[in-house]
Design a binder for this molecule. Structure first.
Ligand SMILES: [Zn+2]
Length: 270
């Protein structure tokens, strides 16, 4: 269903929707045909048949998330033979924008499930559906607005990744804020003599970048860094008694000011 790829939605949601529409998401039955002794039981609720239909539409975790999304219950609670049938029915019923919202919630069900399986469960599943819809609508809005450095940022802009945090503890550091099309919105470089190791300086650059992004009017952000130690610390909220943790604690506290945030490890050069 190529319509999924034409929506004004973040690329990973479009791709996810397209894979769901053609039945190519990795489900337990597919994996078990290749991996000996692979369990067919749902890792969340121990339901005996872990299909994508169960994972995304029927599992209690997904039901709670869909229930809080505000989308019509019939869209997801009607029994369908396959997930692809459910996507096709939603496409028939909904206009293009609402269909994009539907795919976004479906994508978030998949993510919440993975977070649960990898022992990072969400505290409040019922808010995730509305949050992801707000996220994709802001993305849509951003795509339709010409943003130049001279315009006053709209408070609802989705800001796209803050990438390229560069830390060097002898010459300074900086960061680049750019949108989904890699258009640069803001770049800041600070020169000073660093006093900590590279990961701590990376954390300091990250904190400074978040402060600047928020002051610039950004409310939704993805922070990308090539410092795996920092990204893992932020993602797991694991604070220790060391220098990097001083900044990480402030980052974790300050990032609560954003409506949406996520951390992403990227290899330098990508
Ligand atoms: Zn389940």
């Amino acid at each position: 269903m190529t319509i999924c790829l034409e929506l004004q939605r973040p690329p990973r949601i479009k791709l996810f929707g397209w894979r769901a529409s053609i039945g190519s998401l990795p489900a337990a039955p597919h994996i078990s045909s290749r991996v000996p002794d692979f369990s067919m039981t749902c890792s969340v609720c121990t339901h005996t048949e872990d299909t994508t239909t169960h994972a995304i539409l029927e599992c209690p975790l997904a039901v709670q998330l869909w229930g809080g999304s505000g989308l019509d219950t019939a869209l997801w609670s009607t029994r369908h033979r396959t997930l692809a049938d459910c996507v096709a029915k939603a496409r028939e019923t909904l206009d293009k924008d609402s269909f994009g919202d539907f795919l976004a919630v479906m994508w978030e069900c998949w993510n919440a499930r993975n977070r649960f399986i990898f022992r990072r469960p969400d505290n409040n599943l019922s808010v995730l559906g509305k949050r992801v819809i707000a996220f994709v609508r802001s993305f849509h809005e951003l795509q339709n607005v010409e943003l130049s450095p001279h315009t006053t940022p709209h408070p609802n802009y989705w800001s796209p990744p803050m990438t390229g945090i560069v830390a060097d503890n002898t010459v300074g550091w900086g960061f680049i804020l750019h949108d989904h099309d890699a258009k640069m919105l803001l770049t800041i470089v600070k020169h000073h003599r660093g006093y900590a190791g590279a990961p701590a300086e990376e954390a300091r650059a990250c904190l400074y970048g978040l402060l600047c992004a928020h002051a610039y009017g950004i409310h939704n952000i993805i922070v990308e860094s090539d410092c795996l130690e920092l990204i893992q610390m932020l993602e797991n909220k694991s604070i220790y008694d060391n220098c990097i943790s001083l900044f990480a604690r402030d980052i974790i506290s300050f990032v609560q000011n954003f409506d949406f945030y996520s951390w992403s490890f990227v290899k330098r050069g990508q």
